[in-house]
Design a protein around this ligand. Sequence first.
Ligand code: CO
Length: 135
Amino acid sequence: MVVEKIAHIGIAVESIEQWIGFYRDVLGLEYGGSEEVPEQKVRVAFLTIGESSIELLEPTSEDSPIAKFLEKRGSGIHHIAIQVDDIEAALAKHHEAGAQLIDNSSRIGAHKMKIAFVHPKASGGVLLELCEPYH
Ligand code: CO
């Protein structure tokens, strides 16, 4: 299993529309459009930054995990996504090490990625998203 790069940094916001201007126009990142991920009750917008991107996350419902995060902590960094070449192997390694996972198996996320979340307790307080592109 190879860890390839930081795929994206997820930032929780109340409204993508409110913040897209900063990331696109002031910071100057290329805006790759937004898509809704109904399973996670979020809308996500991707802005390219080199080999990685910034992912803005906006809740689409009051019981969205992002809505709960915003209530508790306000907007800010929500997770870091790490791209691997074999997500099942990465999960097996976590299981073996006894690292706490939120997802015991991978599921389909935004942008044609298989994803699984690692619990912040396993990583020193940062929610990690493992992801593997599929075609
Ligand atoms: Co993400």
